[in-house]
Design a protein around this ligand. Structure first.
Ligand code: TMP
Length: 209
């Protein structure tokens, strides 16, 4: 395995178990003496976390989808330049809870915004930086939403209709199909033990290269 620091992302719709499985991935990497930081989007720096609050807060005024898209990328620019890139430059691996695949899935497929426009913003904000590996936790929409709603008060995204999340899920799966080298799709409807066995197998294969 080359010593280059890697950028790993975890994606999925609501209630797929990202938090538990992110902790699992972090431990898996640390057990192999990999120096890794764990971060999230939207968020990851104090300013970007403030932007996250703006994005997730429920309010009476409709959040215009294009304004939402630009806000997501504003948080990303801040996070990339103040956290992700400096860490990678120091040789630290970065494990990120969501990244631009979420924008394609939620703002593109979910809200129906132009995928081309998202691609333009991606190139503007990230230049050539893309995740090296993306673990996509996939679950049937209704099962995920039932899990998410059992947890806490729903935020602005979690309050969307089932059909919205069906579109988001399709978007993720399309992206995984189009970039099968980068994505590893994990069936998150299995028991946690089986999910983590699959994640470990993916990471094992990935770390061999
Ligand atoms: P989280 O609850 O998984 O931390 O993510 C917060 C919400 O933000 C989640 O519902 C998905 C949404 N989101 C987008 O709509 N677009 C994005 O680009 C990102 C990163 C998140």
């Amino acid at each position: 395995m080359s010593s280059k620091a890697r950028f790993i992302t975890m994606e999925g719709t609501e209630g797929v178990g990202k938090s538990t499985n992110l902790a699992f991935v972090e431990q898996y990497l640390r057990d192999r003496n990999i120096d890794v930081i764990v971060t999230r989007e939207p968020g990851g720096t104090p300013l970007a976390e403030e932007i996250r609050e703006l994005l997730l807060k429920k309010r009476d005024e409709n959040f215009d989808p294009t304004a939402e898209l630009l806000t997501v990328f504003a948080a990303r620019a801040q996070h990339l330049n103040n956290c992700i890139k400096p860490a990678l430059a120091k040789g630290q691996w970065v494990l990120c809870d969501r990244f631009t695949d979420a924008t394609y899935a939620y703002q593109g497929w979910g809200r129906g915004l132009s995928l081309e426009h998202i691609c333009t913003l991606e190139n503007l904000v990230q230049e050539t930086l893309r995740p090296d590996l993306t673990l996509l936790l996939d679950i049937e929409t209704k099962v995920g939403l039932a899990r998410a709603s059992a947890r806490a008060e729903l935020d602005r995204f979690e309050s969307e209709e089932v059909v919205f999340f069906d579109r988001v899920r399709s978007g993720y799966l399309e992206r995984a199909k189009a970039e099968s080298q980068r994505f590893s799709v994990i069936d998150a409807g299995q028991t946690l033990v089986s999910v983590q066995k699959d994640i470990a197998a993916s990471l094992f294969e990935y770390l061999k290269v």
